[in-house]
Ligand binder design. Sequence first.
Ligand SMILES: [Zn+2]
Length: 303
Amino acid sequence: MQEISKEILKKYQVRKTRKQKTDFIDYIKQKYPSACVEEGGFGKNRNIVIGDLASAKAVFTAHYDTCAVLPFPNFITPKNFIIYLLYNILIAIPFLALMPVLYCVLFALSQNFIISYYFSLAAVFGIMIYVLMLGKPNKNTANDNTSGVIALCELMASLTEDECAKCAFVFFDNEENGLLGSSFFASLHKKEMRQKLLVNMDCVGEGNNIMFVISKKAEQFRAQFSSSFKNTENKTPLFEKAASAFYPSDQINFKTTVAVASLKRNPVFGYYMDKIHTPKDTVCEEENIRYLCDGFSKFIKLL
Ligand SMILES: [Zn+2]
């Protein structure tokens, strides 16, 4: 791994507060003097852009913001929507169970049905937002999404100057708060991004199954992807249609996209990711990053 990747893992792994993000942005600007920060939109996003978007044939992206620490993981099963849905309902139950309690207290105090109902509803949503988004920064973000950030840095280092000129690289802000940074970027660069391929890496650090979720408009690149990424002793690439694999990340704000994530496999519920958003998010396998850089280097030559 490059020195920059080691340093990001060591010193810049927590990027949640304004100050933590500013430190990271300053570090990236120091390492890549051509990097520019695009600021604005809902959430006062600061996206970091490297390269010329207008002439790039592909844009590689990863969100750099990190999440609040949660007592339960953000459990993702891209190929099993029922499990994903059931898990999220399970998580919502304790929050929703609070509502009747709050309602009873408010009704006892106010004797007003409307006030009690809407205040308890608003309070439950407020608590949910606080716990899920505004809570204490998670100290360990090796997979989500320091792995994606490092993958971008390693990819830039592995490309020749000509290959680099074919691409642009974007570090998105505020993915964890609702894909806000990428949404701002999409609105700012509507024209440049209309037909352009966007490859988003989010949680690529743990698991031997490297999933590529290909949108309908990106199907034109499927052959190049499958010839660039082959089975190795430890890693298996999986090429999936966006209609049959749900991966909630920044690529959702664009049309011609490939979402990349690494997953483990369970014989019962299939491919999954299980530690992100908790203190156990400590694994960023060097082999995954190398596999992606090797594959993307081949892919970029074909563009
Ligand atoms: Zn993420």
